[in-house]
Design a protein around this ligand. Structure first.
Ligand code: SF4
Length: 260
C-alpha cells in the first residue's frame, strides 16, 4: 500500500513538472533569451554591421524597444513621423523612450518640398494611398537608412499571410541592407506576457480597440475576433505601407481580409 501511494505521488509530481503552463513559460523564456542573444550579436556589430531599429511606437512596439534598450540604449531608433499620426502616438513615443532610457530616437520626416509639390492639401491618402505612403514613409525611410548596413523591425509571423513565412534575417532589396526580425516567431500571448513581466506602458489607444496603430486617416479600431491589422486601410486591398520588399517586389497588398 505504501508503495502504491509513493507511485501515485511520483506520478502527480511528474505531471506537475511537465504541466502545460510550465512548458509555456519555458518557451517564453527561450524566446526572450534568443531575442536578447540575437540583439547582442547584431547591436555589437558581430553579424550585420552598423544597424538601426525602425519603430512606429505602435501597439506592440514596446517589447522590441525594451529588448533593444536592455542590450544598448544608445541604439539609433528611427521613428517615421508621417505628419499624419495620432497625437497619442507622439506622446507615447516621448513617454516610452524616457521610460526605457532610449538615448537616440530620431524622428524621420517627409521631405518638405516633396510634400508641398505632391500633397499640398494633405489629402493624397484619400485618392492614392500607395503614392501617399511612398511620399511619407518609403522615401524618407530609404534616405534615413542609407548610413546603415541593416535595420531591426518588429514584424511577426502571426501578423498575416504576407508575413507568415518571415525569417529572422532577410535581404532588403530596396535599401541594399539586411533586415533583422527578432520577434518573427513570437505569438500575441508571448508579447502580452512580456508586457506584463516587464511592466511596460501600453499605447493609450490600445484600450480604445486599436490593436495596430498607423496614420490617423488610415487606422480604425478592431472589432472582437478580427485580425489585429484589419483596422489598417480598412476596406482596401492594401495591407502593407511599402517599406518592405520581398523577392524584389514592394509589399503593399496581402491577404488581410482572409486572416482569421
Ligand atoms: S498610412 Fe495613410 S496617411 Fe499614412 S502615409 Fe500611408 S496612405 Fe498616407
Amino acid at each position: 500500500m505504501a508503495t502504491i501511494s509513493l507511485e501515485i505521488k511520483q506520478t502527480a509530481s511528474r505531471k506537475e513538472k511537465t504541466s502545460v503552463p510550465h512548458v509555456t513559460e519555458l518557451n517564453r523564456r527561450s524566446l526572450e533569451s534568443a531575442a536578447l542573444a540575437l540583439l547582442d550579436d547584431v547591436l555589437n556589430g558581430r553579424s550585420v554591421g552598423n544597424v538601426a531599429m525602425v519603430s512606429s511606437f505602435g501597439a506592440e512596439s514596446a517589447v522590441l524597444l525594451d529588448l533593444v534598450a536592455r542590450i544598448n540604449p544608445k541604439t539609433p531608433v528611427l521613428f517615421l513621423d508621417t505628419q499624419m499620426l495620432f497625437a497619442e502616438t507622439l506622446e507615447y513615443k516621448h513617454d516610452l523612450a524616457t521610460h526605457l532610457g532610449l538615448e537616440d530616437v530620431r524622428r524621420v520626416n517627409p521631405d518638405t518640398k516633396s510634400l508641398v509639390s505632391r500633397d499640398p492639401s494633405g489629402t493624397l491618402h484619400t485618392s492614392d494611398t500607395n503614392a501617399c505612403c511612398s511620399l511619407r514613409k518609403v522615401e524618407p525611410l530609404e534616405h534615413a537608412l542609407r548610413p546603415f548596413d541593416g535595420w531591426i523591425t518588429g514584424r511577426k509571423r502571426f501578423q498575416g499571410k504576407s508575413r507568415a513565412d518571415l525569417r529572422v534575417f532577410e535581404a532588403d532589396g530596396l535599401h541594399g541592407s539586411v533586415k533583422v526580425n527578432p520577434l518573427a516567431f513570437w505569438e500575441p500571448d508571448d508579447l502580452k506576457a512580456y508586457f506584463e513581466r516587464r511592466a511596460l506602458p501600453s499605447h493609450p489607444m490600445v484600450l480604445k480597440g486599436y490593436l495596430s496603430i498607423g496614420c490617423a486617416p488610415c487606422t480604425t479600431p478592431v472589432e472582437k475576433g478580427e485580425d489585429s491589422r484589419s483596422g489598417r486601410w480598412r476596406g482596401k486591398a492594401k495591407a502593407e505601407c511599402g517599406i518592405h520588399i520581398r523577392d524584389g517586389r514592394v509589399m503593399r497588398t496581402g491577404d488581410k481580409d482572409q486572416m482569421a
